[in-house]
Ligand binder design. Structure first.
Ligand code: AHG
Ligand code: MN
Ligand code: MN
Length: 338
C-alpha cells in the first residue's frame, strides 16, 4: 500500500527536488494550513461553539461582520505573527495592513487573506472557506507600507484556498500546477488527494447570481442568454446552473469538474468595478485557475495583469474553463470594437 503524502512531506519533497519553495515560504504555507485546521474546527462546532451569528460590527467595506469572520481573522493573525516568515498581513476584515509587531523577527513575505469567504452561508451550514495570497516584500529592512501590497496577481509566489464543506480541502499553487489536500481529522494532517489538477476546457455549467440579471452589461447578458437557449440556441447544448454564494465552493466545483464562474461588473453602482476583491479573492483564485489550465479575466483583460490601486479594491471576475471564459471575453472585446 502506498503511504499517504502529508502536506509537510509534499512541500519538503518539492523543495528538495526543485528548489522551488524557499524554507520561509514552506513554513508560511504550513502555518496557514494549521490556521485553516483551527478554523475548520470552529466551523464544525457551529452553534455548539457559539460561533454563529453577527458580531455586531462592520468592516471597512460596510459589510456586516459575522463572528466567524472575526474569529478566522484572529486565528490567521495569531498563527502567522511570530514565525519570522512574514513582514506584514492584510485582510478583508482589517481596514489597513497589519505589520508584524517589533517584538518578533521579520520575514520576506506579505500575506493577504479573505479569512472567511461566503459569510452569508455560515449560519445556514453551507460550504464556506478561506482564501490566501502570498507576495514578496521587495525592500526588506524598512517599515512595510500599504503600497508594498499593490502588486499585480502575476507576482504572487503562492496562493490557495481551504473549503470547509462535507470535507475540509486545501488547494494550493506555488506556480507549478495545483495540488489538493484533504484534512484527515484522525491524523490531524492534510493529505495529498490530487496533484496536477486540470480543469476541463469545455463545460455545460455556469455560475452567476441571476438575480442581478437586469443590471448586467450586454456581453454577459448575451453569453447567459445563449446558455439558457440550450440545445435550440446557438450553443447547441443544454447548460446547467449552480450558485453557492461562496466563491470558494463555486471555484472548487470548477476545479473539480469544470464550469464558468462570473461576478461581473454591473450597472448597480457603475463606479464599483465589481463585488469581489482583487487582492485576496480574485488574484489567488485566478492564479489557481490558470495553473489548472483555466482562464480568468475581467471581461477585458487578464485578472493577473490588473495593476492594483488600493488594498480593498474590487474587480469584475470571469473565471473557469478556458473556452467559455475566452468566449465571454470575446463578447466584451467585440462590444468595445476591439
Ligand atoms: P465574503 O463572504 O468574503 O464577503 O465573500 C462573498 C462573495 C463570494 O464568496 C460570493 O461568490 C459572493 O460574495 C456572493 O454574492 P451574492 O450574495 O451576491 O450572491
Ligand atoms: Mn469572500
Ligand atoms: Mn470574507
Amino acid at each position: 500500500m502506498t503511504q499517504p503524502v502529508s502536506l509537510t512531506r509534499y512541500l519538503v519533497e518539492k523543495q528538495r527536488a526543485q528548489g522551488h519553495i524557499p524554507g520561509q515560504l514552506r513554513l508560511l504555507i504550513e502555518v496557514v494550513a494549521r490556521a485553516c485546521k483551527t478554523i475548520s474546527h470552529s466551523v464544525n462546532k457551529g452553534a455548539l461553539g457559539g460561533v454563529l451569528g453577527s458580531a455586531g460590527s462592520e468592516n471597512v467595506q460596510g459589510e456586516v461582520q459575522k463572528k466567524l469572520d472575526l474569529i478566522a481573522n484572529e486565528v490567521l493573525i495569531d498563527a502567522n505573527e511570530w514565525g519570522g516568515h512574514l513582514a506584514a498581513m492584510a485582510s478583508e476584515e482589517m481596514d489597513t495592513i497589519h505589520a508584524v509587531p517589533n517584538r518578533y523577527p521579520k520575514g520576506e513575505y506579505l500575506l493577504l487573506f479573505d479569512p472567511l469567504d461566503g459569510s452569508s452561508n455560515i449560519d445556514v451550514n453551507v460550504s464556506i472557506g478561506t482564501i490566501f495570497s502570498v507576495l514578496r516584500m521587495h525592500d526588506e529592512g524598512r517599515a512595510v507600507r500599504e503600497a508594498d501590497f499593490l502588486q499585480p496577481g502575476r507576482c504572487q509566489v503562492a496562493a490557495g484556498y481551504c473549503v470547509y464543506g462535507p470535507q475540509t480541502t486545501l488547494v494550493l499553487t506555488v506556480g507549478d500546477g495545483v495540488a489538493m489536500f484533504t484534512l484527515d481529522r484522525e491524523q490531524g494532517s492534510f493529505v495529498l488527494t490530487g496533484d496536477g489538477v486540470r480543469i476541463p476546457q469545455e463545460t455545460q455549467e455556469f455560475a452567476i447570481n441571476m438575480s442581478n440579471m437586469r443590471h448586467w452589461d450586454a456581453p454577459v447578458r448575451r453569453y447567459i442568454d445563449e446558455c439558457l437557449q440550450g440545445k435550440q440556441g446557438p450553443r447547441g447544448k443544454d447548460f446547467n446552473m449552480r450558485w453557492v454564494a461562496s466563491m470558494v465552493a463555486d471555484v472548487h466545483r470548477i476545479i473539480t469538474r469544470g464550469g464558468i464562474f462570473m461576478y461581473p461588473w454591473d450597472k448597480r453602482d457603475p463606479a464599483k468595478p465589481g463585488k469581489l476583491r482583487l487582492l485576496y479573492e480574485a488574484n489567488p483564485m485566478s492564479w489557481i485557475i490558470e495553473q489548472a489550465g483555466g482562464s480568468a479575466t475581467t471581461g477585458r483583460q487578464r485578472i493577473l495583469d490588473v495593476p492594483p490601486q488600493n488594498l480593498h479594491e474590487r474587480v469584475s471576475v470571469i473565471l473557469g474553463s478556458k473556452n467559455e471564459v475566452e468566449r465571454v471575453t470575446r463578447y466584451h472585446l467585440e462590444q468595445a470594437g476591439q
